[in-house]
Design a protein around this ligand. Structure first.
Ligand code: HEC
Ligand code: HEC
Length: 401
């Protein structure tokens, strides 16, 4: 199916007092809003994409997205003013950080690799293997308040951090405009909601793959990438079973979804001592259910922009996409020696869809080129998502203006 227009959601909210100039549908508008009104925020959804579900308890407005973006990039978001959400989610790396696993503001090492925020609004569950976190605002509170590990270090410093926003004249206006009518908008909950509003606008669907499939551009993908696409969607490789649909991910949620789609899989990364075990600090869904079969089960992340999100897997333990392909071709990872030694291909809890396959060198190149055709440079370079403080450099491929 080919859709040539952009779906538009315009959300318009008028506060109790009504009136004001709130009927403006332009996303880039700086429309004036009084304390009682907010400006409609328009989300453009790329051709072929469903509409995201925007939660009733956190409707979008231009003011909220603007505030959320500033907070996302502001180092005052951490207790020692050294980091923000953006420190671990850099636009130039499709909102990941390039580290094996992330490091928090006080130096604590996170057990997990930073995730891309590409299309996070469509995920039915957030984080690598957390069946409980369903909304972007609930997710944002984890890096803010979490103590194991400490990420932004809000715990015990909440009032200090909120006061630093309260005394800033710019924020004073922006918080009031984003949350009109609230007695005190300076709370962790409202900070999380504003940031969630911004994160929900990070929608990517203009890769070469999308242009070829949804925008009738037959030259967008190389012939090699097209052959790789056919391999990806083949029963021989099985990739699409877990990384399928418009977002190359299974656990999706959008306007019109009826079922709660949630899937976690063990893809054979570890098999410590032949027992099926994963490393202690990263046992996946098992950490919530304590069921043997949930050992090593993680959520299949989107593969959109995957070229820019190395290193790979929940613990960053695969460095390159070539090695990811080798991993799947072998049907699991063999670790020869050391504390994690074991043959992941024989993990008793491994998904039955991970069986291994043989690829020629040319086919491997094709699959790689397909994965790279999922990079959306318009998204990675989009100024609407970039650092308002000007500290983060854009990806070198972005046009210099
Ligand atoms: C110290 C680095 C760090 C900081 C700071 C940080 N994150 Fe993350 N982020 C991560 C890591 C690591 C994960 C994966 C966590 C897990 O699975 O347990 C993650 C996961 C996420 C996800 C889930 C994406 C998905 O598809 O499931 C979202 C959304 C997110 N972060 C948003 C934020 C926001 C918003 C902030 C600021 C309030 C923030 N992050 C601050 C490292 C960080
Ligand atoms: C049984 C479901 C399943 C199948 C089949 C599958 N994957 Fe995955 N994939 C996953 C899961 C789950 C993860 C995360 C695992 C982890 O971190 O422990 C993952 C991770 C990845 C990653 C790393 C993404 C990132 O952001 O770190 C890439 C790349 C990837 N898969 C590509 C593929 C390709 C290519 C194929 C086909 C050859 C494939 N997958 C087949 C479930 C699957």
């Amino acid at each position: 199916m080919q859709i040539k227009f952009y779906w538009i959601i315009a959300v318009l909210f008028i506060g109790a007092c009504g009136g004001g100039d709130s009927g403006n549908n332009d996303a880039n508008s700086t429309g004036v809003s009084s304390a009682e009104t907010v400006t409609a925020y328009t989300v453009s959804v790329p051709p072929g994409f469903p509409l995201p579900k925007i939660l009733e308890d956190n409707p979008l407005s231009a003011e909220k997205v603007t505030l959320g973006k500033r907070l996302f990039y502001d180092n005052r978001m951490s207790s020692n003013n050294t980091m923000s959400c953006a420190s671990c989610h850099l636009q130039s790396q499709a909102f990941t950080d390039g580290l094996l696993t992330s490091v928090g503001s006080t130096g604590e090492v996170h057990p997990r690799n930073s995730m891309t925020l590409t299309n996070a609004v469509y995920n039915s569950r957030l984080n690598w293997a957390n069946p409980m976190i369903k909304t972007l605002q609930a997710q944002a509170l984890i890096p803010m308040l979490g103590e194991s590990p400490i990420e932004l270090g809000w715990s015990g410093n909440e009032q200090k951090i909120l006061d630093s926003f309260r005394v800033d004249p710019l924020y004073r206006d922006e918080f009031v405009q984003a949350f009109p009518g609230e007695v005190d908008p300076f709370t962790a909950g409202y900070v999380a909601k504003a940031i969630a509003a911004f994160v929900s606008t990070l929608i990517s669907g203009n890769s070469a793959f999308d242009k070829s499939l949804y925008q009738n551009d037959s030259t967008a993908m190389s012939d090699s990438a097209k052959r790789g696409r056919d391999l990806f969607f083949s029963e021989r490789l099985e990739c699409f079973h877990c990384h399928g649909g418009f977002n190359f991910s299974q656990s999706v949620n959008h306007s019109g979804t009826v079922f709660d789609e949630v899937e976690f899989h063990n893809n054979g990364l570890y098999n410590i001592g032949g027992t099926g075990a994963y490393p202690d600090n990263n046992r996946g869904l098992w950490e919530f259910t304590f069921k043997a079969e949930d050992m090593g089960r993680f959520r299949a992340p989107t593969l959109r922009n995957v070229e820019l999100t190395a290193p790979y897997m929940h613990d960053g333990s695969i460095a390159t996409l070539e090695e990811v392909i080798d991993h799947y071709a072998r049907g699991g990872r063999q670790i020869e020696s050391g504390e994690y030694a074991g043959d992941g291909a024989r993990n008793p809890f491994k998904s039955e869809l991970i069986n291994g396959f043989v690829l020629t060198e040319a086919e491997k190149t094709d699959l790689l080129n397909f994965l790279k055709s999922l990079t959306d440079w318009e998204f990675v370079c989009d100024k609407r998502f970039s650092d308002p403080f000007g500290n983060q450099l854009p990806h070198p491929n972005c046009p210099q203006l």
